[in-house]
Design a protein around this ligand. Structure first.
Ligand code: AMP
Ligand code: MG
Length: 330
């Protein structure tokens, strides 16, 4: 199976339609994305999927053009089959099936969370880290053990990125919320106590979000932003620290869209220093949802014969990270 040299990956779980092409040496040949931004409020699944339908063709064409390859030089097609929003996943899967049929090459379903982890491992060349995966839709602390990525802590309700984005919107800040919120928090001076909720190894962000929103108008936005970030990141740091002590991994890898947060990077780097662990962050252009990471995870799966016929290429909106066998790690 080592004849596979170029994999094209389609990302389409939520706000982003992405197409990336990667080589068997994990060189990113192109990575193009088109992002849906709601006019008001959070992501509307049907509107997002309509955006993806509209921009799919141009995104795929541009990814091919930038890579310098024609479709005939692509050896396999990978796509995010979950977890994610049903209408968005369906659009991405349809595009991927069509491409696979067109060039008569294998179709590989990829778990989106696995892709965030694997691109981080490949780029940092860190083989076995404890992974902190934080994005708009996911908050997971995970490590590989015995054939799977096991979960050592996750959110019980809203994801970290979603919590911060929702609060940023309530303050009237434009999308993407997290960097705007952090800029505001950098001017904050006063810490206001907010609900810090860690249950066992899991985090709950919904009460924190509601309380912070209720404080708007009663507290300076900069102090409120500072306090929200301190509590939200503090909860994640606590869970990460215990997972690190328990798993005894020698490093931590921060991945996902919120990995671009310098404030979060500083906090987790200090946790790592305390435990003599190495700290790695996925580069900014590969942190958010993108097609190249799907292509890379697809390549790893293809080497293990994990392609599927088109008629079995279902989407899996609730596909958990810890349900997936990862034979390439054995
Ligand atoms: P993803 O779902 O992986 O694409 O990540 C989206 C999340 O990343 C959203 O919560 C954004 O607010 C957040 N984000 C975007 N840019 C940045 C940044 N520069 N620093 C921190 N978070 C960011
Ligand atoms: Mg993501």
């Amino acid at each position: 199976m080592s004849s596979v040299q170029h994999v094209l990956g389609i990302e389409c779980t939520a706000h982003t339609f992405g197409c990336g092409i990667i080589s068997s040496e994990a060189a990113v040949l192109s990575n193009i994305k088109s992002e849906y931004t709601p006019k008001a409020g959070g992501i509307h699944p049907r509107e997002a999927s309509q955006h993806h339908t509209e921009f799919a063709s141009a995104t795929v064409k541009e990814a091919l053009q930038r890579s310098g390859l024609t479709l005939s030089k692509i050896d396999a097609i990978a796509f995010s089959s979950g977890p994610g929003l049903g209408p968005c996943l369906r659009t991405g899967a349809t595009v991927a099936r069509m491409l696979s049929l067109l060039i008569d090459k294998p179709l590989i379903p990829v778990n989106h969370c696995i892709a965030h982890i694997e691109i981080g491992r490949a780029i940092t060349k860190e083989d076995d880290p404890l992974v902190v995966y934080v994005s708009g839709g996911n908050t997971i602390v995970s490590a590989y053990s015995d054939g799977r990525y096991r979960i050592f802590g996750e959110t019980l309700d809203v994801a970290l990125g979603n919590c911060l984005d929702t609060f940023a919107r309530a303050l009237g800040l434009p999308h993407p919320g997290v960097p705007k919120l952090e800029a505001l928090a950098n001017e904050g001076k006063i810490f206001i106590p907010l609900p810090y909720v860690v249950k066992g190894q899991d985090m709950s962000y919904s009460g924190l979000l509601t309380t912070a929103i209720r404080q708007i108008g009663k507290t300076e936005p900069k102090d409120l932003s500072l306090s929200l970030l301190e509590v939200a990141y503090g909860m994640l740091a606590e869970v990460t620290e215990r997972a690190l002590a328990h798993t005894e991994k020698a490093s931590v890898l921060l991945t996902g869209g919120v990995a671009r947060s310098l404030r979060l990077q500083r906090i987790l780097a200090s946790v790592c220093r305390e435990h003599n662990a190495r700290f790695y962050v996925v580069p900014p252009d590969l942190a958010g949802d993108n097609g190249a990471m799907i292509a890379w995870a697809g390549y790893l799966a293809f080497r293990e014969n994990l392609s599927v016929p088109v008629e079995c290429s279902f989407i899996r909106p609730k596909w958990r990270l810890d349900e997936v066998e990862v034979p390439w790690r054995k």
